[in-house]
Design a protein around this ligand. Structure first.
Ligand code: NI
Length: 253
């Protein structure tokens, strides 16, 4: 079964002139589906346009917490307008990021995050959650709002992973899982039931070993899948099949 990359950023600013050739070739590299994820209005529109052009590409739209401090005044109605476009399968990526001291204030991030959770709920769409150095507040909000969705690029503890699973959510792992120093992510992956696991690149970032540090793309998931399969004690082929089915179930595509 083919790769389902549940979280990729295919922007021309990162891939330049190579973007179209790369996307066109993905099916021949065993990539069956990709959810291309926006981080503000222009990048979300970009992903919607790619979804319109490529059968195997779907789009997620939303405001990343790093952009929560500069949302336009009419952002909620603009976001809702994007949700009605073809092949928009989720709201994302949304969440909390307390990593940078000069990032948007926590209260501003929480407000934009919660409003997007409410929009997703009222449109019956899943959410793609980003949480960095903010697990406590993220979990509090998720417990209250109980969205359908995935915690993406998971690098937290096995304990937090299980709390998220208990809420009915999925856990997405990137190439980080293949890093030598990623013992925590590997332990979390071992703890999550296979029916809640998703594979993702978060490309162009987070390339798996042996491509660590390079610009990544969806085909590199094969390496992450092999590591995940080793952790779960199944074959890579089975791991791709399980995560593919999980992705289709969550994103209904
Ligand atoms: Ni991302």
């Amino acid at each position: 079964m083919g790769i389902f990359d549940t979280h990729a950023h295919y922007w021309r600013s990162d891939f330049g002139e190579e973007l179209d050739a790369l996307l066109k070739e993905l099916p021949s590299k065993n990539v069956e589906k990709v959810v291309a994820v926006g981080c503000d209005l222009p990048s979300s529109e970009e992903e919607i346009e790619l979804a319109a052009r490529y059968d195997h590409v779907y789009a997620a739209v939303g405001f990343h917490p790093e952009n929560a401090g500069k949302v336009p005044e009419n952002w909620e109605s603009e976001l809702i307008r994007l949700l009605s476009r073809d092949k928009v399968v989720a709201l994302g990526e949304i969440g909390l990021d307390y990593h940078y001291e000069d990032g948007p204030p926590k209260e501003v991030q929480k407000d934009v995050f919660i409003k997007q959770l409410e929009i997703a709920q009222s449109h019956n769409l899943p959410v793609i959650i980003h949480s960095r150095d903010a697990m406590g507040d993220t979990l509090d909000i998720l417990k209250k709002h109980k969205p359908r969705g995935v915690m993406h690029c998971f690098s937290g503890s096995a304990e937090s992973a299980l709390e998220i699973v208990k809420l009915g959510m999925y856990i997405g792992f990137t190439g980080v899982l293949t890093f030598k120093n990623a013992k925590k992510a590997q332990a979390a992956c071992a703890a999550v039931p296979t029916e809640r696991l998703l594979l993702e690149t978060d490309c162009p970032y987070m390339a798996p070993v042996p491509h660590r540090g390079e610009r990544s793309d969806s085909s590199m998931i094969a390496f992450t899948a092999a590591k995940m399969a080793e952790i779960k004690g199944v074959s890579t082929e089975e791991m791709l099949e399980i995560t593919n089915q999980n992705g289709k179930k969550l994103f209904n595509c």
